[in-house]
Design a protein around this ligand. Structure first.
Ligand code: ATP
Ligand code: MG
Length: 261
């Protein structure tokens, strides 16, 4: 845990249930996220973690429950609306344009911020030109921050996996989110890559003030960087609290060790 100032609740999920036909992906889940915190979601495979992120950013619509974001109950909402409200995310399976350069991929993160229309952009007049400069400036800032200057022109498909994950983080940051949802940002990385990613996540949180909701399987990482942890198992919440609370919770221990309870 680090010493930042954690603020008020900005996202409150109340009694969320989500089904796909007969599959209960989430059952009656409630938890909240406070401003500036790093909130981890953990649990075994198929526990409902990714589904939860998809509920938060409007990809899935739960059949039951309430979602209150910045004090307002949210009506049915689509992913682009979540993006406009400052929620950005990365995916469990990297979702980048492999043939495009790092720079262009990160630029796509600016789409929700673009105001001029396509015609203005195509002929580069007035507003479009000023806007483009502003977008480029922001993108270069993110590139510096994540230390990927040396690969800015490289097609993403040619990069090693760990760097692709970093580019995906860069694209999310280019949207200047107030809340960042990260679905297993360190999966498949070696120890050194994981350490780098941890440092970047902490820096984003600390220097940009971004609230972070993070799914991660590496318990060492979770215990190290998160303020609070929610634990899911078979779509149900079985633990919620500080890393220490969760580590000592019997139900959580048995879920992880596969012991019958
Ligand atoms: N679009 C979908 N259609 C049908 N079933 C789905 C869909 N998305 C998720 N599920 C089901 O919901 C359950 C939870 O899946 P989810 O991907 O949220 O788990 P997870 O905790 O992220 O697992 P993992 O650690 O493997 O990524 C699983 O049984 C899964 O098969
Ligand atoms: Mg998942």
């Amino acid at each position: 845990m680090n010493g930042r100032q954690i603020g008020d609740v900005i996202l409150d999920l109340q009694n969320i249930s989500l089904r796909f036909g007969g599959v209960k992906a989430l059952t009656n889940i409630s938890f909240d996220v406070r401003e500036h915190e790093i909130r981890a979601i953990i649990g075994p495979n198929g526990a409902g973690k990714s589904s939860m992120l998809n509920v938060i950013n409007g990809v899935y619509h739960p059949q039951e429950g309430r979602i209150v974001f910045h004090g307002e109950e949210r009506r049915r909402m689509e992913p682009h609306m979540a993006a406009m409200q400052g929620i950005a995310r990365t995916f469990q399976n990297i979702a980048l344009f492999k043939g495009m350069s790092v720079l262009d991929n990160i630029m796509t993160g600016r789409i929700t911020k673009m105001k001029s229309n396509f015609l203005e952009q195509a002929i580069h007049i007035g507003r479009a030109q000023r806007e483009e400069l502003e977008h480029r400036r922001k993108v270069e800032e993110v590139i510096d921050f994540l230390e990927i200057q040396h690969i800015r022109k490289t097609p993403v498909g040619r990069l090693p996996y760990g760097l692709q994950k970093r580019v995906e983080l860069a694209r999310a940051l280019a949207a200047e989110p107030s809340m960042l949802l990260l679905d297993e940002p360190m999966a498949g990385m070696n120890v050194e890559e994981k350490q780098d990613m941890c440092r970047f996540i902490l820096d984003v949180n600390d220097q940009m003030g971004t609230t972070i909701v993070l799914i991660e399987h590496d318990m060492g990482v979770v215990m190290d960087i998160s303020d609070r942890v929610v634990v899911l198992d078979y779509g149900k919440k079985i633990g919620d609290g500080t890393p220490d609370d969760v580590r000592n919770n019997e139900e959580v221990i048995s879920a992880y060790l596969g012991v019958a309870h």
